[in-house]
Design a protein around this ligand. Structure first.
Ligand SMILES: Cc1cc2nc3c(=O)[nH]c(=O)nc-3n(C[C@H](O)[C@H](O)[C@H](O)COP(=O)(O)O)c2cc1C
Length: 184
């Protein structure tokens, strides 16, 4: 017997979701900001496109729309508290880099800084945006991508080293510690 799920919570059946930290910047003042995002998605291999879904009321929504760029940074479990704190307050009132002890470091191509403490980075130029109900899908073309030593071998993330954060739902998080399974 299958048990009915509330329709407005059904999206949580496609969790856990990888937590990423998106850095963005006010192009006028050069002040950077960080938003915690669980809704990110690969959209195309060639051209290399990734999407992030951001609610219009977020300060980061305004910044990405103005600057036409963003960086997807991958945090590890080591900075779980900092990563979640970035999703609890707004850059309208807070300087999240300095308040949470995160370091903005120059990116390779885009003007928006990367977050040094993260283990991998995808620099993106905004190429499209679509309204999807109560979120905006920002489509970014990846113009540079790199990771800390031993984290990405060109094909796969090394889950024994990367300790990526997954949101299970609400305030519950997990990481992958199991070996990899290969279907026959
Ligand atoms: C684990 C986690 C995941 C989140 N995922 C998203 C998301 O995918 N999209 C979104 O718009 N907000 C998401 N949020 C909420 C924003 O991170 C939060 O509202 C943040 O304070 C916005 O900051 P800003 O106003 O500086 O842009 C998430 C928050 C947490 C804690």
């Amino acid at each position: 017997m299958k048990k009915e799920a509330p329709i407005n919570k059904a999206y949580r059946m496609i969790y856990p979701k990888l937590v990423v930290l998106v850095s963005c910047m006010d192009p006028e003042t050069g002040k950077p900001n960080i938003i915690t995002v669980a809704w990110s998605v690969p959209l195309s291999i060639n051209p290399p496109l990734v999407g992030i879904l951001v609610a219009p009321k977020r300060y980061s929504h305004e910044l990405i729309s103005k600057s036409n760029e963003f960086v997807v940074n991958i945090p590890s479990l080591q900075i779980l508290d900092k990563a979640i704190n970035c999703g609890m307050v707004s850059g309208r009132q807070h300087d999240k880099f300095s308040e949470f002890g995160l370091t903005p470091e120059a990116a390779k191509i885009v003007k928006t800084p990367i977050i040094k403490e993260c283990v991998a980075h995808l620099e993106c130029r905004l190429v499209a945006q679509h309204t999807t109900g109560d979120h905006t899908l920002f489509v970014g073309e990846v113009v540079a991508a790199y990771a800390d030593d031993g984290i990405f071998d060109g094909e796969f993330m090394n889950i024994e080293k990367s300790h990526q954060i997954y949101q299970v739902g609400g305030n519950f998080f997990a990481t992958l510690s199991e070996k990899l399974y290969e279907p026959k």
